[in-house]
Ligand binder design. Structure first.
Ligand code: SF4
Length: 313
């Protein structure tokens, strides 16, 4: 019989909790429909659940009728999107994770100080699109795996920022390569890789060397979930796969496997991990050992529009 090592922390981070509560609370207070620009967090189950409750997910503000309430997702938006909402007179609630907002503010400050900014991240990701919009023309996006493709001229001062959910090791390798190209490369005041991404990656690093197989629960468009698969492989797992639901796992993966590692991305509800554990138990992997890196206690206050009001009496 096989066993399971389950990594902690896993699943919801403080930014995702806040974003999901924001949509639920907006629906409760203002009633449906509540529009949400882009997926509130990158998880299919969460988006389907909120859709059933009355949320309407759209790709662009053009799909939101005049006078409606629209929520911006945890990944953040560029100032141009906020301006458009303002021009249209839409009511907005910003569920951008405060740790993404921190990167936006760094981009604005660096641009004001005259830096050319290299943003290490995935160009197609919404978070990168949003940060890019803070200083159009001054930010050059470069993929963490291909820092040699950087397009910054280096004619003046150059600094770097990164997407919050990257693999820490890969980011630092990219920074080292960028520094060879731009010796005076200025660092951000603090690491942009968020606490949740770092903790989930380190927890997977603890279990992966003891596992022939690691299964990460998460959606294919979830950056931090994809990184967990890469980190598991780099840390010594013989195989690693990303699954949206247990039903997408393949029994073939279990052939010859004694120990299965399990984790989940920052946008994944625990019910989906429980589903995977049940799937594994039904196939002889019922012995589950938790491996805990640290306990997380961080929470973020809700956006002001839905913050609970204190009774003055
Ligand atoms: S993964 Fe990090 S940056 Fe993204 S929502 Fe969670 S805490 Fe915020």
């Amino acid at each position: 019989m096989g066993r399971v090592l389950i990594a902690a922390p896993r699943g919801y981070c403080a930014g995702v909790e806040r974003a999901i509560i924001t949509v639920k609370e907006a629906l409760r207070r203002f009633g449906p429909p509540v529009y949400v620009r882009k997926q509130i967090v990158h998880n299919t189950f969460v988006v389907d659940d909120l859709t059933e409750r009355g949320a309407i997910f759209v790709d662009e503000l053009g799909e939101v009728p005049d006078g409606s309430l629209v929520i911006f997702s945890a990944h953040g938006v560029s100032p141009a999107v906020k301006d458009e909402a303002g021009r249209r007179g839409l009511r907005t609630i910003d569920a951008t994770c405060p740790l993404v907002t921190k990167v936006h503010k760094e981009a604005v400050r660096m641009a004001e100080e005259g830096y050319e900014i290299v943003l290490i991240g995935h160009a197609e990701h919404e978070e990168v699109e949003g940060t890019l919009g803070e200083a159009p023309g001054r930010i050059h996006v470069v993929d963490p795996a291909r820092p040699e493709e950087v397009t910054a001229s280096g004619s003046g001062r150059v600094s770097w920022l990164s997407q919050t959910t990257l693999a820490v090791d890969e980011t630092m390798r990219a920074v080292a390569e960028l520094r060879e190209r731009f010796p005076g490369l200025a660092d951000p005041p603090s690491d942009d890789s968020c606490y949740a991404s770092q903790n989930r990656q380190e927890a997977v690093t603890l279990i992966a060397p003891r596992c022939e197989l690691v299964i990460v629960v998460g959606s294919a468009n979830s950056s931090n979930s994809q990184r967990l698969v890469e980190v598991a492989l780099n840390a010594g797992a013989s195989a690693a796969h990303l699954v949206d639901r247990a039903a997408h796992a393949d029994e073939e993966w279990l052939r010859g496997v004694e120990t299965v590692g399990v984790s989940s991305g920052a946008s994944v509800p625990e019910v989906l991990v429980a589903e995977l554990l049940a799937w594994l138990a039904a196939r002889g992997y019922a012995d589950v050992e938790p491996v805990t890196l640290t306990e997380e206690t961080l929470t973020f206050s809700l956006p002001p529009e839905i913050r609970p009001t204190r009774n003055p009496g």
